[in-house]
Design a protein around this ligand. Structure first.
Ligand code: HEM
Length: 138
């Protein structure tokens, strides 16, 4: 990921982060529409869950400049997701819902360059999570 892509993702996130609760609500609405099979995995209050997700995304987005420092927390999160019943194939739906939500939230700021930078960001996080999950059950 280039420095420009990191800066773009961080600038995009700074724009949507003040509306984190509505971004999260939009995200889960979309996720459960495109992947209804994951809905039963979520057992708690969805406002709280949305806050955990957007807080973690803030940490991740702001940590992109220092991936080595970020990776252990993301690995731990990947391992915890096994217990939530999350499977590798669910990551694609979550990524699609996240990109769609960013498109809604950012409007014309969601340029093709932004979409590419977010795709790399999400793929990086998802790969670290899935690899850690796989390693912990091997
Ligand atoms: C970059 C990807 C993801 C991030 C940043 C993320 C973030 C989080 C965070 C911060 C939590 C709170 C608990 C904890 O920290 O362990 C959580 C819980 C959870 N996540 Fe994720 N997650 C991601 C991917 C996914 C995927 C692909 C699924 C599949 C559907 C998923 C489903 C869940 C579920 C079911 C819970 C627990 C809900 C509950 O306790 O009721 N997550 N996630």
């Amino acid at each position: 990921m280039t420095e420009e892509q990191i800066a773009l993702v961080q600038a995009n996130w700074a724009k949507v982060a003040p509306s984190a609760d509505s971004v999260a609500a939009l995200f889960y609405g979309r996720l459960f529409e495109i992947a209804p099979e994951v809905k039963p995995l979520f057992k708690g209050d969805m406002t709280e869950q949305g806050r955990k997700l957007t807080q973690m995304l803030s940490v991740a987005v702001n940590g992109l400049n220092n991936l080595d420092k970020l990776v252990p927390a993301v690995q731990d999160m990947g391992v915890r997701h096994i217990d939530y019943g999350v499977k590798d194939e669910h990551y694609d739906s979550v990524g699609a819902a996240l990109l769609w939500t960013l498109g809604q939230g950012l409007g014309e700021d969601f340029t093709p360059e932004a979409e590419e930078a977010w795709t790399i960001t999400y793929t990086t996080l998802a790969t670290v999570m899935k690899d850690a999950a796989a390693a912990s059950t091997a």
